[in-house]
Design a protein around this ligand. Structure first.
Ligand code: ATP
Ligand code: MG
Length: 357
């Protein structure tokens, strides 16, 4: 079998991004040759340090190389100034726009043997809803009134629901290949507030239902829906009930941070920004200036983000290997970083996981 070569952009960014992204590179390089995968890595600049050096947080070169030369990328973290600085804006937000990465995918998972095992993924629409940022403030005789547009389109709702369906099918495939699981079959939960917002959330709900009722999913994926407030309640009371959650931008944003709180450390939670044929893996945590330079950052969020990126590049078998090696490290619990109550350095955690590959 001819090896497939994947070209991966590495954007370490700032703070602990520089400590965890090299770990992501190493785990990809350590994948067994039998998978038939080769990697080429391209280091790319973005972030606060880049802004201070060059006057832009996201150099054009970074974008053009990602667009023309890369199959996927890993993004570490970027610091941002505490007060607004002229000309500085978040590079990852800009990248999502420029590369049309319309989905933000966030798996939240404990090990299977946890007292309260969780294994869900939140699929958040990432281009519209209230985040179109069309706001205005009007002066009225009673004082100021501010308002914002909440835009929901059939196109965006349909493609995000279809992506949730695909993710549900793929998770089932990975489980069928022997990964231990707490779920019996693929389930997508559609989140909305259409009892109040009958047109916007109503459109999201109806469109998502329709997309998931198509021939590809109809008989393979169970679909349920839930109003977002009751969803928050159940997410905390009974998180094991969820498999794949699909949500418009704002609810997805809130649910995914809330869900991340269920697993103990930000250092465990990966994400991916996904578009047509391109994915950027990104740990959920930030640049963690409080621990940078100490060599104690938990690399697991980044390792899982690398695996998640591979899933979207159709390399499920490779992704499954990384997930299994990470889970084995966590199950054994001997080499854990300080955020998980252990004493291990980043390097020791990485070594342990590489050994298990
Ligand atoms: P930023 O502004 O870049 O988001 P922050 O100060 O908000 O930085 P976060 O990175 O969001 O910091 O982290 C919040 C807390 O979680 C910090 O105390 C940080 O040390 C901890 N933390 C985040 N990521 C990790 C990690 N990978 N390993 C260990 N601890 C982490
Ligand atoms: Mg932060």
């Amino acid at each position: 079998m001819a090896a497939r070569t994947l070209r991966i952009g590495l954007i370490a960014g700032d703070g602990i991004g520089k400590e965890v992204i090299p770990a992501g590179r190493r785990i990809l390089e350590a994948l067994p040759a039998s998978l038939g995968l080769k990697f080429e890595f391209i280091d790319l600049k973005a972030g606060w340090e880049t802004f201070q050096q060059t006057g832009t947080a996201l150099p054009d070169e970074t974008v053009s190389i990602l667009k023309s030369d890369c199959d996927g990328a890993l993004f570490g973290a970027v610091s941002s100034p505490t007060t607004a600085v002229k000309g500085y804006s978040s590079p990852i937000v800009a990248l999502r726009k420029k590369l049309d990465l319309y989905a933000n995918v966030r798996p939240v998972k404990t090990v299977v043997s946890a007292p309260r095992p969780i294994d869900m993924v939140i699929v958040r629409e990432n281009t519209e809803d209230l985040y179109v940022k069309e706001e205005r403030t009007v002066d009225t005789p009673e004082g100021k009134v501010a308002e914002a547009v909440k835009r929901i389109s059939q196109r965006a709702s349909s493609r995000i629901a279809a992506m949730a369906g695909e993710i549900a099918l793929r998770r089932q495939k990975i489980r069928a290949a022997g990964a231990p699981s707490i779920h019996r079959g693929p389930l997508v939960t559609i989140t909305h507030k259409s009892n109040v917002l009958s047109q916007t959330d109503g459109l999201f709900r109806a469109t998502a239902r329709e997309a998931l009722a198509g021939p590809r999913f109809r008989d393979a994926v169970a679909v349920e829906e839930q109003i977002v407030d009751s969803m928050v309640y159940k997410l905390f009371r009974q998180p094991e009930a969820y498999d794949v959650i699909v949500a418009p931008n704002l609810y997805g944003d809130i649910l995914s941070d809330g869900a991340a709180a269920l697993v103990g450390s930000l250092g465990l939670v990966p994400s991916a920004n996904v578009g047509e044929g391109f994915a950027i893996g990104e740990p959920c945590h930030g640049s963690a200036p409080d621990i940078q330079g100490q060599g104690i950052a938990n690399p697991i969020a980044t390792l899982r983000s690398a695996a998640l990126m591979l899933e979207f590049l159709n390399e499920e078998a490779a992704a499954a290997k990384i997930y299994a090696a990470v889970d084995a490290n966590l199950e054994e619990g001997k080499l854990l970083s300080p955020d998980l109550g252990g004493k291990a350095k980043t390097e020791e955690v990485v070594q342990d996981i590489l050994r298990r590959l």
